[in-house]
Design a protein around this ligand. Sequence first.
Ligand SMILES: Nc1nc(=O)c2c([nH]1)NC[C@@H]1CN(c3ccc(C(=O)N[C@@H](CCC(=O)O)C(=O)O)cc3)CN21
Ligand SMILES: CC(C)C(=O)C(=O)O
Ligand SMILES: [Mg+2]
Length: 263
Amino acid sequence: MKTVIDFKNSKQQGKKISMVTCYDFWSAKIIDESEIDAVLVGDSVAMVMHGFETTINAEIEMMCYHIAAVKRGLKDKLLIADLPFLAHKKGTKYLMEAIDKLMKAGAQAIKIEGADDNIELIQYIVRTGIPVMGHLGLTPQSVHQLGGYKLQGKNDKASNKLLDDAQKLEQAGCFSIVLEMLPFELSKKITEELSIPTIGIGAGPFTNGQILVLQDMLGLSKDFQPKFLRKYLNGYELILNSLNKFNDDVKNQIYPDLNESYL
Ligand SMILES: Nc1nc(=O)c2c([nH]1)NC[C@@H]1CN(c3ccc(C(=O)N[C@@H](CCC(=O)O)C(=O)O)cc3)CN21
Ligand SMILES: CC(C)C(=O)C(=O)O
Ligand SMILES: [Mg+2]
């Protein structure tokens, strides 16, 4: 998938959309050769790659370094980037400069968390010619208000608001919406009511696509095991074992041998 038009067409054609996050050049090259449809340089980069406790520490500059690295490895896929914490709350000039940097680094679309006060500015960004992806449910930039990384939309009031927000985001011009940590019946309903594709994470099987953090699905995030996460590789153990094997080989003078040496 190369453009946001392909994204919208997928929903019309009933084809599911697969996405992973990506933060660096080498994994971008592997993803580029895979059949994964699109890539998100998420603000989760602050947690996964830099060890911060929340996504609040993702800065424009941090995002841009990672977007540029990913872009150099990604020839053939749509690249979406998160708008980091508060970049849309410091005035239009700051926002447009931030988007300018993200797009020049290589993003083709921008993802923004939440609806409410964002509707008008999303309209403005879309009219400017920049594709915007929405993000509802568990919006990690609001973790301190939400009181943790929890399931959202649990009662009628909250689920009605989420459906209403999703419709507002579609009307504002979003080409797609991420639904994070919602009961599957709610994300099913939202998906049915919208004409733009929904991409789920912890939102059940009825969204138009799925996204996982690359390191999570590769099993590299050792202790991270939310219910929604399926690990496709035992990455942590495989890497740990390889490191220990190399260490053993060095200490026992098994590596390098003469075939790995020069005359
Ligand atoms: N590595 C990584 N993967 C992610 O998916 C991710 C991040 N980081 N950082 C930003 C947010 C935070 N996310 C999270 C974090 C924790 C849970 C979690 O603990 N879920 C449990 C408890 C749910 C509850 O209490 O309602 C679960 O079993 O789903 C879920 C999503 C998703 N995002
Ligand atoms: C989990 C996805 C949707 C995200 O926003 C991120 O990785 O930052
Ligand atoms: Mg994010």
